[in-house]
Write a protein that binds this ligand. Sequence first.
Ligand SMILES: Nc1ncnc2c1ncn2[C@@H]1O[C@H](COP(=O)(O)OP(=O)(O)OP(=O)(O)O)[C@@H](O)[C@H]1O
Ligand SMILES: [Mg+2]
Length: 299
Amino acid sequence: MIVFTVVSTKGGVGKTTIAANISALLADLGFRVLMIDADVQPSLTRYFPITHRAPHGITEVVKRGVISHDCISNVGFPISESGRLNPNGCLDLVVSDAPEGALQDWLAQRMDRAVRMKKALRSPFVAENYDVVLIDTQGAVGHLQDTAVLAADLLISPVSPDIISAREFTTGTLDLLKKLETAEEIGMSVPPMQVVIYKLEKTRDSRSIADTIRKEHVTFRGRVNVLRTVIPHAVAYKNAATAQLPVHWINPDRAGLTMHDLVWELIPSLQNVVAEACQPYAQDIADPLEGESAAEVES
Ligand SMILES: Nc1ncnc2c1ncn2[C@@H]1O[C@H](COP(=O)(O)OP(=O)(O)OP(=O)(O)O)[C@@H](O)[C@H]1O
Ligand SMILES: [Mg+2]
């Protein structure tokens, strides 16, 4: 099982969109995927249609330190021309049900707050039922974000393609890393961070941002890597959110291919595995490690 946490020190950068669409694509590739909405504003909870809403959500998961059946809601898509989910995969969700501040206050009282989410993910129920866990977080720092970050094997961090955001990213991320590294003193490891340049409008800009971030490699103590795949600013992502469908169904030839590039770069063993909806266009998918990625020529 692998755990990804989508994190950013800035709000509105595309965390929920990326978390939802990576999850849906992985489910469509036949994986059993659990999404966890660890944002007090329940955007991921509302992203896709819920066919079964469990009596509990993130509050009980964090408070109990266990994930069990009564915290698992199910996502289901209406049968449509856009696509149908791979029958081998599944897409489940731990909903956000924490009133603003309540869970943060509860965590603030706990000495074990940093490990609460990691502990919950160690539940046998999770190991038996899921291959991948994706956690969405809020844009603001807090105990809930900390515990979600420390539960991850890999962090995914979208950054906007302008130089000011890139500099803010550097400062914010350094602060985050500095804080997280204190967890190493209690035996926890800080997961490596994969940066995705997100909502790109012009390719040349993305290169200078990627360079700016890469130059910080030493400052970041080698913990941060910039992915080759770039997600363009494209109306398909908004249309998919409105339709409550995965973007690789709404726009299989462009956004669909970009999402494959991203997932292949995050999980290299998936290289050349293609969801049914995108198979007619699969020959257009570039190897993100060779030459230009499909995303870069998409703008
Ligand atoms: N690639 C894209 N191109 C254009 N618009 C996008 C793209 N991805 C996301 N958006 C839009 O950008 C807005 C913010 O995205 P999203 O909600 O995913 O960000 P967020 O980081 O989760 O925000 P928050 O910090 O509030 O949780 C949404 O309106 C979304 O539809
Ligand atoms: Mg969000």
